[in-house]
Design a protein around this ligand. Structure first.
Ligand code: PLP
Length: 352
């Protein structure tokens, strides 16, 4: 018997998430993980580093609640939104029995977390208009505990339609939780569904500091939900999930000054996104530009593999989605600063 045979069956069968970091690459222009292009300095106070941190640092909770417009008891802070996804599954799904529902193509961690936890996955693909297939999702509600929707959707950039979501929340009342992943919502804040929390106790919204806040390195995310849901998640979360330096940085990023900086960054990146899209639209090798509500643009080329290889050659690392259903020849470009976007366009111009 080998050590491998000791592992759980679900773990033996698991293909780990192919994160941008794991795939790696060689280059100097990193546009493959939807990160912000620049880091900002923070000063850490070491006075409490000998102590265990608070499970839910009150300053961080209060700051995020104020920013999101909800009550403190509706907020949970975790090790990135990824931990929030896993906590939801571990809290609400019985291993070997329950299922989650996902709408591919979408963010990969919903399925990976379910598989690691031994929880089943019901796939209801997006429609041709790249919207959740509302009637089909409703017809599967009795089979699932959690429905994961992503808005803006990674990697297609589409928003989830509000009317459909409203009706789904009603249909799922007392049957399933509807999770809306708003990792990119700062790039189109008007599209947030957080206001619906006041009407629907079965709505859960996940957020992160990894994208618009330029803090992917500290691993800090949030769950917004009814107090009852947050209380259940709090039973499952680790006793000290948020390192004290992370809490200090998060609180500063959520201060008035931090929020202003974030909004300036969003304005600049959205402007660069508009420029990039205009350039792409004029290029003969581009066959489709997907929605652009996040800090990334998914682009279909006449020959996606060729574009990906040419970029790699030029030291520009992008993310290839061509193996995903319906996304043949599609490559996702994270929006960076002007020089990075110019570098991308220059390579594309040279492709014949
Ligand atoms: C990046 C991303 C996350 C992960 O956020 P972390 O806080 O860095 O764990 C979650 N959901 C989506 C859709 C993402 O793109």
């Amino acid at each position: 018997m080998s050590i491998k045979d000791l592992a759980r069956r679900a773990v033996r069968a698991l293909t780990p998430y192919q994160s941008a970091r794991r795939i790696g690459g060689q280059g100097n222009v990193w546009l493959n993980a939807n990160e912000a292009p620049l880091a900002y300095p923070f000063i850490i106070d070491p006075a409490r580093l000998n102590r265990y941190p608070e499970c839910q640092p009150p300053a961080v909770i209060a700051a995020y609640a104020a920013y999101a417009g909800v009550a403190d008891e509706q907020v949970l802070v975790s090790r990135g939104a990824d931990e929030a996804i896993e906590l939801l599954i571990r809290t609400f799904c019985e291993a070997g029995q329950d299922q989650i529902l996902i709408c591919p193509p979408t963010y990969g961690m919903y399925a990976i977390s379910a598989e690691t936890c031994g929880v089943g996955i019901v796939e209801v693909p997006l429609t041709a208009a790249r919207q959740p297939d509302w009637p089909e999702i409703k017809s599967r509600l009795s089979d699932v505990k959690l429905v994961f929707l992503c808005s803006p959707n990674n990697p297609t950039g589409d928003l989830v339609g509000r009317e459909g979501l409203n009706e789904l929340l009603e249909a799922a009342s007392d049957r399933a939780l509807i999770v809306v992943d708003e990792a990119y919502i700062e790039f189109c804040p008007e599209a947030s569904v957080v206001d619906l929390l006041a009407r629907f106790p079965n709505l859960v919204v996940t957020r992160t500091l990894s994208k618009a806040f330029a803090l992917a390195g500290i691993r800090c995310g949030f769950t917004l939900a009814a107090g009852e849901v947050i209380a259940l998640l709090s039973k499952v979360i680790a006793p000290y999930p948020i390192p004290d330096p992370v809490a200090q940085i998060a609180a500063e990023a959520l201060s008035a000054k931090g929020l202003t900086l974030m909004q300036e960054r969003v304005r600049e990146l959205n402007a660069q996104k508009a420029r990039l899209k205009a350039e792409l639209a004029a290029l003969p090798c581009v066959t489709e530009i997907f929605e652009d509500k996040g800090n990334f643009v998914l682009v279909r080329f006449d020959d996606g593999a060729r574009v990906f290889a040419a970029m790699k050659e030029a030291g520009i690392i992008l993310r290839d989605f061509s193996s995903k259903p319906g996304l043949n020849d599609s490559v996702r470009i994270t929006v960076g600063y002007r020089g990075e976007m110019d570098a991308v366009v220059n390579v594309l111009r040279d492709i014949r």
